[in-house]
Design a protein around this ligand. Sequence first.
Ligand SMILES: [Zn+2]
Length: 106
Amino acid sequence: MSYLTEEQLTHFREILERQEAAIRFRVRLTVPDDPDGCDVTEVGDALSRKEFAELADIEAAKLRISQRQYGLCSECGCTIAEARLEAYPTAKRCTHCQRLHEQHSQ
Ligand SMILES: [Zn+2]
């Protein structure tokens, strides 16, 4: 499989941006609408750890797109299957390396 085309990179960037917007929207809903006491720190506190990690993954994936590293496995450098990226756009490892990684981190 050859590396992703410009069109595919754009496609995945759009998916990532939609996911990011959805998370930010969800976070805003959980922040109480209090003009007196709502500062940046409170918004930060309202972000759950999971959402924080998701946003960080999305940021990292967008960075990999701009560096033309997106869709390449961070462990072995092979191309990650497009079907895997469609299902899991922030994937940074191929299925093989991800399995090894999960075994090691248990
Ligand atoms: Zn790999």
